[in-house]
Structures are given as structure tokens and as C-alpha cells.
Design a binder for this molecule. Structure first.
Ligand SMILES: C[S@@+](CC[C@H](N)C(=O)[O-])C[C@H]1O[C@@H](n2cnc3c(N)ncnc32)[C@H](O)[C@@H]1O
Length: 281
């Protein structure tokens, strides 16, 4: 029997859940087919043919645990990912945020920020657009369940490959070139940008933070069950200021009638939504 034919028994799944929950990853939210694909892939590599045996391996082998944790939390990201979304945001949304501003602070949440490229890109975009406005503070909160990704993000040092497709002026305005211990060229995000971002380890649902002008939650909820997505969209609704904006990933949509009452698709192609005013609910 191949792994494809093997079903993931609910009792075993509950045991997997316990192992990951202690590290802040709630497997219950993910689509079961996604979890099975990820587990099967690791088991195939290790030549293990039973979930119960793999469970034992995970409990004993720290390296394997880190491997599957990374595979389940999928940290793939890059600077200005889907640059058309950033262009559109900068052109059409950012000026509106500035003109509607009621105090001297803009708050942005990068939810599921992986290794930091997204919140740093947001900081670079806002810095460029608001440089000439005095007394304006842009505060970006960025969180991820993966503590290794957050540690990497906090250092703010990236290999040359990560910045190679960025325009030259974006690199020169926002990064400092340096050499690594083994003499490779790398790029460190300048302190003005670093200081705009506060990184936190933790689950999106564990935060009770509010008054955001914008929430970016891109390529995070794609593997989530509909119920878990709805819970998080409701959290975002409550976390946004009146008429605040939500930006999802290019392959993500807001399903479900309940969610559609909370947000208007403002720019459907770029997945930019706006919070519906409470009286319209
Ligand atoms: C594919 S990356 C996306 C990174 C970035 N947002 C982007 O679009 O390039 C998804 C990230 O979401 C994180 N993640 C998944 N569920 C999460 C949750 N409930 N709370 C916080 N982070 C979560 C994962 O650990 C992973 O680093």
C-alpha cells in the first residue's frame, strides 16, 4: 500500500496536533489534505510507511521536527512580492490613508511575515511616501508562528540573491552592503527601516491588537479550513480602524457570506479589501 492510500486516523492526527501545538502551530486549522501531503513527503524521504512511526521519530528527533515544522508553516517569501500589488497600493491606497489621517500615526500589521521581507518592503514603501511629512510615525507590527523565521527577520541581513531583482535605488536607499564571515556579499536593512518594524513570535489569533490602518496577511490562509479563515477575517475586521484596508495574497479569496459582509473587494485583482462600515452589517 502506498502512502497516498493510507488514511490519517483522527486519533493519530490528535497526537500530531499535540506535538505541534506545544510550538504554537495549530494543525486543526489546516486543510487535512495539505497536512497529509506534507507528512507523506517527509515520510517518503525517510522511508517510513506508518504515521505512528513518524510520530515517534518526531518526538525523538529535533532536526526532523524542525524540518516538518518549516514544511508545514511554509516560509517562502520575497521583497515586494507581487510588485504590482505594492505599486497599486502605493498609487491608490497610500494617498487615501494619508488624506484620511486623524492623528500623526499610521499602524500596519504584517500578519504571517515569515523571514521579514514583507514588513520591510512595507516599511520601505511608507518611508519613501511619507519622508517629507514631519511628525508622522509609521509603526509596523509583524508576527509569525515560526520563531526561527522571526529571529532571521530581526537580524535583517539577507543574501545578495534576495535583493538582486530590486531596482538599484531601492537597494541603495534601504540596504547596507556587507560581507559575511565566509566572505559572501550580503545586504543589511538600514536601521531607519528596522526601527519601523516590531517583530513578535506568535499566532495571529493570539493578538488582541487594534487600530490598524492596514493589515497585510498574504499567502498565510491559503492552506486553512474555511472556518479558521472566517475566524481570522473577523479578527482583522475588529483590528482595523474604520474603513481600514486588508491585503491578501494573489491566490487567496474571501469566501463565505459572513466575510463578504465584513469587507468590500476594492481592487479584486490585487486582493485589496476595505472594511465595511459597522452600520452596513
Ligand atoms: C508563505 S509565508 C508568507 C509570507 C509573506 N506574508 C508573503 O506573502 O510573502 C506564510 C507564513 O505564515 C505563517 N503563519 C501561518 N499561520 C500563521 C498563524 N496562524 N499565525 C502567524 N503566522 C502564521 C507561516 O509560519 C509562514 O511563515
Amino acid at each position: 500500500m502506498s502512502l497516498n492510500d493510507l488514511t490519517l486516523d483522527p486519533n493519530i492526527m490528535a497526537e500530531f496536533n499535540k506535538v505541534f501545538a506545544s510550538y504554537g502551530l495549530d494543525l486543526a486549522r489546516y486543510k487535512p489534505a495539505f497536512i497529509k501531503r506534507r507528512l507523506d513527503r517527509r515520510m517518503r524521504i525517510l522511508n517510513i510507511s506508518e504515521y505512528s512511526k513518524y510520530l515517534l521519530t518526531l518526538r525523538d528527533d529535533r532536526k526532523e521536527f524542525e524540518e516538518i515544522f518549516a514544511s508545514l508553516s511554509i516560509n517562502v517569501t520575497n521583497f515586494f512580492r507581487d510588485s504590482a500589488v505594492f505599486d497599486r497600493f502605493q498609487l491608490s491606497i497610500l494617498p487615501k490613508i494619508l488624506s484620511d489621517l486623524r492623528d500623526n500615526k499610521i499602524r500596519v500589521w504584517s500578519a504571517g511575515c515569515a523571514s521579514g521581507e514583507e514588513p520591510y518592503s512595507i516599511a520601505m514603501m511608507f518611508k519613501q511616501a511619507t519622508e517629507k511629512i514631519s511628525n508622522l510615525k509609521v509603526e509596523i507590527i509583524a508576527n509569525d508562528v515560526n520563531k526561527f523565521a522571526i529571529e532571521f527577520a530581526q537580524r535583517g541581513i539577507y543574501p545578495a540573491k534576495s535583493v538582486e531583482s530590486l531596482p538599484v535605488n531601492v537597494i541603495s536607499n534601504n540596504f547596507q552592503q556587507r560581507n559575511s564571515a565566509d566572505n559572501n556579499v550580503e545586504y543589511e536593512v538600514i536601521s531607519t527601516i528596522k526601527n519601523m518594524v516590531t517583530f513578535k513570535v506568535g499566532d495571529i489569533l493570539s493578538y488582541a491588537i487594534q487600530y490598524f490602518d492596514v493589515i497585510f496577511c498574504r499567502n498565510v490562509l491559503i492552506y486553512y479550513e474555511k472556518e479558521a479563515q472566517e475566524l481570522i477575517f473577523t479578527k482583522f475586521y475588529n483590528g482595523l480602524k474604520e474603513s481600514g484596508y486588508l491585503v491578501l495574497g494573489m491566490d487567496e479569496t474571501m469566501f463565505g457570506r459572513r466575510c463578504q459582509k465584513l469587507f468590500n473587494p476594492l481592487m479584486a485583482r490585487e486582493r485589496i479589501y476595505q472594511k465595511v462600515l459597522p452600520q452596513n452589517n
